[in-house]
Design a protein around this ligand. Structure first.
Ligand code: ADP
Ligand code: MG
Length: 347
């Protein structure tokens, strides 16, 4: 049965779609072994949570799909997310978390920031593993920030219910209460009023003001604010203000060095070492084409996609055309330049 959970934005009942998306993303990157695990049963430690998390089975003309639904502050990785550390970021994040210093992840799209946060949530939650020995992760509340995102979307709002009103907590409030990692992805996109909320949460007081209710909330112990920001998109209007950025320790991300990127592609796409090496080489060469008018180099994510298509039997050049060339640019001249690089690697 569907357990209705009020959507934090108040725009629908239970927001199953948003949760389904979260779950689908998780299934996509958890790897084949993890997927079969996730599709079978929740881990032992989570079985008592069914009043909040529900499992759905959906039958359609002989196909069977299932997904699980979580209240936003309940979502956490159930198995260790695959993450290859590149250079001290795990130790840095751990130290920041232990001191409850908020963290800013800087870097281009598709270089591993989200995966890193998921991995850290799993890793930092382990000391709190449950009595039955099952491993725990910290919950992660992720909010993809966009230009219409207001303080009300994050904190909560009153909803009309018949003749009365009811208060619904937003995702940030829920994370503060649950002691979750709150990951505000692409934070510069959000409207300026959101910074008013972030600031008191980032200093030693760890307070969330809820203006409409004349309340302040003290963050629960595990709460940590993590924001991401892509300096590549930065414009004078959309830069992160100094009064904000100087409240965080910053971890700089970039695309991994070739050998490590090859290991990541081999793991994620399950391709041979040779294919993974060739794709990593392609990544390196395309990133050196910046002066040819590419706004951003090819992401690790796109190289993994190429690997997955190759694994499925799509010829390498076509796979690279679809996942690298056409995804990167619409400019035909730049496309031709990238195609030449592809041809030089995949003959
Ligand atoms: N260091 C890494 N370890 C494991 N996977 C990685 C790493 N860096 C990138 N990836 C891969 O790249 C993909 C995109 O990373 P993601 O975390 O979604 O990027 P971002 O959040 O920076 O846009 C991931 O799904 C994963 O397959
Ligand atoms: Mg991301």
């Amino acid at each position: 049965m569907i357990q209705g959970i009020p959507s934090p934005s108040g725009r629908g009942r239970g927001a199953p779609n948003a949760r389904a998306i979260v779950e689908c993303l998780r299934l996509t990157h958890a790897g084949p072994r993890a997927r079969s695990h996730l599709l079978s049963r929740p881990p032992a430690g989570d079985q008592g949570r069914t009043t909040i998390s529900s499992e759905f089975r959906f039958q359609d003309e002989g196909t069977s799909t299932s997904y699980r639904e979580y209240a936003i502050e309940e979502y956490k990785p159930h198995v260790e997310p695959y993450y290859l550390p590149i250079g001290g970021e795990v130790e840095m994040f751990t130290a920041a978390f232990e001191e409850r210093i908020p963290v800013l992840l800087k870097g281009p799209t598709g270089c591993g920031k989200t995966r890193f946060v998921e991995y850290m949530a799993w890793r930092l939650g382990r000391p709190m593993s449950s009595e039955d020995g099952s491993e725990q992760a910290l919950p992660i509340v992720t909010v993809a920030c966009h230009e219409d995102l207001t303080a009300g979307d994050l904190v909560g709002r009153y909803l009309l219910e018949g003749e009365t009103t009811r208060w619904i907590d937003g995702p940030l409030t829920r994370a503060v209460k649950a002691g979750a990692i709150c990951y505000l992805d692409e934070v510069v996109e959000a409207r300026k009023d959101t910074t008013v909320l972030i600031h008191p949460l980032t200093d030693y007081r760890r307070l969330l003001p809820i203006e409409k209710r004349a309340q302040v909330l003290e963050a629960a112990d595990g709460f940590l604010l993590v924001i991401s920001y892509n300096p590549g998109y930065q414009s004078a209007l959309k830069d992160l203000k100094h009064s904000t950025r100087q409240r965080f320790v910053s971890i700089e991300f970039d695309y991994p060095p070739r050998d490590q990127e090859a290991d990541i592609i081999a793991h994620e796409a399950d391709v041979t070492e040779r294919v993974a090496n060739d794709l990593a080489k392609l990544g390196e060469k395309v990133r050196n084409l910046r002066e040819h008018g590419l706004a951003e180099g090819v992401s690790t994510r796109l190289l993994v996609y190429a690997g997955k298509l190759i694994k499925k039997g799509i010829p390498a050049r076509q796979a690279c055309q679809a996942s690298v060339v056409w995804s990167l640019t619409d400019d035909m001249e730049v496309q031709r330049t990238i195609e030449e690089v592809v041809s030089s690697i995949f003959e």
